[in-house]
Ligand binder design. Sequence first.
Ligand code: ARG
Length: 587
Amino acid sequence: FVAVPNIQKRIESILSDAVVAAFGPEHADADPLINPTKDPKFGDYQANLAMGLAKKLGQKPRDIATAIVEKIDADDLFSKIDIAGPGFINLMLTQETVNQSAETILADLDRLAVAEVDEKQTVVVDFSSPNVAKEMHVGHIRSTVIGDALARIFKFLGHDVIKQNHVGDWGTQFGMLIQYMDEMPEADREAHEAGEGDTLNTIYQKSKQRFDAEDDFAQRARERVVALQAGDEETLVVWQKLVNESETYFDAVYKRLGIDLSLDDIKGESFYNPRLGNVIKDLKTADLLKESQGADVVYPEGFKDRDGNPMPMIVRKSDGGFLYATTDLAAAQYRINDLNADRIVYVTDSRQSQHFSMVFQTLREAGWAPSNVRLDHVPFGTIMGKDRKPFKTRSGETIKLVDLIDEAESRAAGILADKNPDMDTDTAAEVAHTVGIGCLKYADLSNDRIKDYIFDWDRMLSFDGNTAAYLQNSYVRCMSIFRRGEVDPSSLSGAKILATEPAERLIVLKLLQLPNVLQSVADSLEPHRLTNYLYELASLYHSFYEKCPVLKSEGETKISRLALCLLTAQTISNGLALLGIDTPPQM
Ligand code: ARG
């Protein structure tokens, strides 16, 4: 199997060659700006490079376009090439090309003919990263779900992915927690350990209350911090217990959510603790360390406070304590030097944007992140309630992730029971899980991540619209054709495709876009590009299904249409899988 199926890439290189033939090799790097057309009446692909080139060469765009078109050497790839408007080059693929491209995908159903990248990178994805002893709240769902999808897509594209769950397992808050645990009545502790008393989250809140209300407790808590940092044995034992308990809990949540993240992927803040002293030393060597009011700081270039003064990033407080930023500098050193990262992707909410900009700038200035290492912060907005305020419970508390999962499943179960009351209980529960979790994740992923999004159960679980339920249902309906027609999908391997009807052609053209869509997600770190794609594909499928009878057609046409059903179903299911979403066998 050798075909190079990425048709868009092929068109790009044909157009590049034409530009070079027309205007010389100095234009070899000009991006041909190829895109699928929005409207089939303009052909299948459009090249928009003539306008830019015209400016550079001081000629009319239409003349440039004409000169390029004259040099296109594409052995029968195109049936028609037009120049439209100011100089758009519209390209129509031959019927043969369309058919063959679809056959190529059919021959490679696992990967849908998406090639691995030529230049494999080591990509570190830092995501989820909840905090020990605190409940995972709705904010953490975004990092977890977006990070998981990105990691899956990088891996599918052939990169080496290293997941890093940067759990908040270190810091002064552990002083009060450990001290509180230490002073807790025996019976309460036993109840907690048996899973019947206060949860860790409640214990955290109560310890905070005591810390704020009782001076002498606060003093003992501070001494605990010192003991923890000094490596006091007894203190460390309690700390480790807290950490383990939280991590076990996170792990259970990941399992329920179907997140591909294991305990081995945890590299919490405490891991970097022994390296923090060196960060300060290294900053000094790099001549970046400055002093401000007794604290050690750096002044990354380009950051100014409100008064226009250089803005400091504190790396060691006057009392000697290290900060979140110090840990991130150490973590980046580790990822670049020890994990050999070519790219590091940090998935957190957008309130941390400035933090990461300052950390990245410092890493560049210190020379710890050479220019060939790409650093990306992947910011995302807040989840809002229908009242457009941050999503909270009625009494104003943050919503726990586990409660959200429970509700997604039970709402999905209710909807499914209405639609399909005859399903047996076990299957119904399984499908409700797949649909409920799928919709929860999809609502998050389909939203342009930088925007805040409004959490709306009815919309996210709707069976029509851009939702997981719609896509899952499309998949189930595609596949039901095989059951109804008593056709074994595997009998279609090697089938001949005849995508002659406009609705058939549109599906194939959509299928051909998958490699570019995935690459654009990897570049932009925007999973909603993939959800949009899948939604558009499913919509095209529905109009195909209305216009082109499948089981009622005959001979070659029937085989070809069945193959298009299979290709669509497989693309929806593989695409959803890349987003961490399963497809149910029925619903
Ligand atoms: N624990 C942090 C939080 O809950 C997120 C950590 C993100 N990763 C990082 N390398 N700073 O806000």
